[in-house]
Design a protein around this ligand. Sequence first.
Ligand SMILES: C[S@@+](CC[C@H](N)C(=O)[O-])C[C@H]1O[C@@H](n2cnc3c(N)ncnc32)[C@H](O)[C@@H]1O
Length: 275
Amino acid sequence: MINKKDMVINYLLKHRGIDFSGCCHSMVEHQLEQRMNTTGTRTAPEYYEYLQSHPEELDSLIDSLTINASGFFRDPLVFSYLSSKIFPKLISEKAMSGNPLRIWSAGCAAGEEPYSVAIEISKLMKNVAAGFTVNIIATDINAGTVDKARAGRYTPERLSNIRFEYLKHFTQRGNTFSLKRNIKQQVNFSRYDLLDEKSYCPPESVYGGFDVVLCRNVLIYYNTRYRNRIFIKLHRSLNENGYLVMGETETPTKRFQNCFKKVNECCHIFKKITP
Ligand SMILES: C[S@@+](CC[C@H](N)C(=O)[O-])C[C@H]1O[C@@H](n2cnc3c(N)ncnc32)[C@H](O)[C@@H]1O
């Protein structure tokens, strides 16, 4: 018999087309409990009824289940490795070949990750010939989060890892730090579900072909079957020898272990290889 938790998950799939059935059981349970506390419902059946009679609750539930915790330069070592070893090499190779450098932040939350990349890249672009382009695509399943990312306004907590010299990219008003236009316009945001089986890369990217894909702290919420579904997409969208950047506790699934090689022991950056 189908339980009420599964009914909530099915309801989300039917009304928003988002499939949370592969999410870790304990995470879903915990987030549902939080929503029950907030809405004053005591049991899962009561919450299910509340959800049906309060359409606005769907957005709050999606916000809880997508956990969009993030921050600028989260895992600073990853960003220092990217900006000292990987980006300079890619920029010079791409500038020589006349192709753009293409980067995808998959599961970008409110934009902190792709904007951190844009800040590092803008520093490195000073010595590059005019005409060289960098495409940074950033996507998230949560439409509200994508809107926040486009707005580019942050509380101080989201900037706690930022280097002092990078604060020049923000204007501060009270407790709000707004990213300046020259960095904001480097990132192209869109809503995209990594479990969408109709496409292997975000439509905005046109053809995939990424040199770097960051997919950090997204897979941890899914079971192995769903992680593999996401990995098929990440793998296909990367160029040969492209780089996959994962979260501190994440690694390629068993099925994909032979397709990636870790580039450094200190951080979870992997190079796509031909097995
Ligand atoms: C914990 S945040 C991580 C944000 C950022 N990558 C970082 O490491 O700071 C996870 C993000 O993944 C997004 N997400 C979860 N499932 C997704 C899916 N199926 N497709 C696209 N984004 C997804 C969530 O909405 C959330 O913004």
